[in-house]
Design a protein around this ligand. Structure first.
Ligand SMILES: [Zn+2]
Length: 488
């Protein structure tokens, strides 16, 4: 008699703490059992494969609305296909606020665009203009399941000053949301960029010169210090070096609730990649800038120590040839006018497994923790990132020995290039199940567009404030808005 609808048989189950031979029994959309000799109506042979939770990518930009109308090139159809091909079953993308606009309407637009997704998804709400009115909208948004806010401390159109950042931290504290932060010093970058341009240094490689590590380190320290003042948990996005991570480790050691992610580009690329001939370097431009080989090794060290506990993609694809891509302002565009960002949804797991597990820098349980379990835990995705009874049956079958040469045609995204073209990796996704349904097999997406669902995130204990406040006074609770009035 079959006890389960589906049994994944004979593989090595990997969790964030263990790796062991077991069968996984699935009933409907959920894992019902992990054990020996389970009987299912159907079974899948996972012999020789690792059985892991589907990847959870908590930082990717898919179908981002453009201020001038329309969306970026990556749609939820192509973005979710890329995710599945790379072993990822859940993504958190962004709902962007443009200055002067309320947030509710744009979130509805993103919800509509995401209906095409073949993986499960949620959103971070970007706050670029925290007026009294916008801050008053946030509790309703959090209630609707958007339990994380994103702020930028740089970029012309979205950066917040310290006062605005404090306002966002305060409202997050009052409503029980996590705040994620892009840490680079806006004024310092702008000052250096203008000087570089004045000196005729406009090529893509000067992007890195405009934003050396110290502008990230300073902003990281400041982001943490202000979060500590408000007593509001935060996650630092895309840490690029051990020097930056050191600021985070110091705060963690004194009990501040601060988490940190890095991305494969900071473990595999360097600033020298932007110094390729002609305009080619533009393909490698992202912010913060990739550093050097020494910084990469330093980052691995901070991953092993646990300072950095999430590896996301920061997928933010711009094509090389398309009208909306890297050349959208012409090939002579100065580095300040070239879109920032790299495609990475499909290559996140292969790069981390190959550079991390296959090369002996981390073990396979660390891999699961970094790409699935811990991102799910930090962002309150309670049914994701685990192989355990009750969890969603998002299962990744992974061949740890397969060698694959990365080429853009294997990646499924809408972007016409990958910064990793030609790189050989060890380890590749063989098949993916999303809530018990086969979604990808042997490099083919079989999930229909629209089979993913929106994940509303409830309140959870991990992101509760510590209760440690200067003089015991909770300034955030007074809800004094930027105008000086009490917020309703
Ligand atoms: Zn990003």
């Amino acid at each position: 008699m079959a006890d389960y609808n589906l049994v994944v048989r004979g593989g090595t189950v990997v969790t964030a703490s263990d790796a062991y031979r077991a069968d996984v029994g699935i009933i409907g959309e959920r894992i019902a059992a992990v054990g020996e000799n389970l009987q299912g109506e159907r079974s899948v042979d996972a012999g020789g494969l690792l059985v892991m939770p589907g990847g959870v990518d908590t930082h990717c930009h898919i179908a981002q609305l453009r201020p001038e109308g329309g969306t970026d090139e990556e749609s939820f159809t192509t973005g979710s296909a890329a995710a599945l091909l790379g072993g990822t079953t859940t993504a958190i993308s962004f709902s962007t606020q443009f200055k002067g606009q309320p947030i509710r309407d744009t979130l509805n637009e993103y919800r509509e665009l995401a209906r095409a997704s073949a993986i499960d998804y949620s959103f971070h709400q970007i706050i670029s203009d925290p007026t009294d009115e916008v801050l008053a909208e946030i509790p309703g948004l959090v209630e609707a399941g958007i339990r994380s806010l994103k702020v930028f401390l740089t970029y012309d159109t979205v950066h917040l000053d310290d006062r605005q950042y404090l306002q966002v931290l305060s409202v997050a504290r009052r409503t029980g949301a996590l705040v994620t932060v892009h840490c680079e010093n806006y004024d310092a970058i702008d000052w250096r960029a203008r000087a570089l341009l004045a000196d005729g240094r406009t090529a893509p490689k000067y992007h890195a010169w405009s934003r050396p590590e110290i502008v990230e380190r300073e902003a990281t320290y400041r982001a943490i210090a202000l979060a500590e003042l408000v007593d509001q948990p935060i996650q630092i996005f895309h840490v690029s070096s051990a020097g930056v991570a050191k600021e985070i480790a110091r705060a963690q050691a004194r009990g501040v609730k601060v988490w940190a992610e890095t991305c494969p580009q900071y473990l595999t690329l360097t600033a020298a990649d932007m110094d390729r001939p002609g305009f080619e370097g533009a393909k490698y431009m992202c912010s913060p800038s990739p550093r050097d080989v020494q910084a990469q090794e330093g980052l691995w060290d901070t991953i092993r120590r646990g300072t950095i506990d999430v590896v996301s993609s920061d997928h933010s694809g711009f094509s090389y040839h398309g009208d909306l891509g890297k050349r959208s302002n012409g090939e002579d565009a100065p580095f300040t006018n070239i879109p920032n960002g790299l495609p990475g949804l499909a290559t996140r797991l292969p790069l981390l497994f190959s550079e991390g597990v296959a090369k002996g820098r981390i073990d396979v349980t660390d891999f699961v923790r970094l790409v699935a379990s811990q991102p799910a835990r930090i962002f309150g995705l309670t049914r994701k990132g685990r192989i355990a009874p009750g969890a969603d049956a998002d299962i990744l079958l992974w061949d740890p020995t397969r060698k694959v040469k990365i080429t853009n045609d294997k990646l499924g995204h809408a972007i016409d290039h990958t910064p990793y073209e030609g790189m050989e990796v060890t380890g590749w996704a063989e098949a993916v199940f999303l809530r018990g349904q086969l979604a990808m097999q042997s490099g083919k997406v079989v999930a229909a567009p629209g089979s993913g669902k929106f994940l509303a995130r409830d309140a959870y204990d991990l992101i509760k404030p510590t209760g440690r406040l200067a003089d015991g006074f909770d300034a955030a609770a007074m809800a004094v808005g930027p105008s000086g009035k009490r917020l309703v």
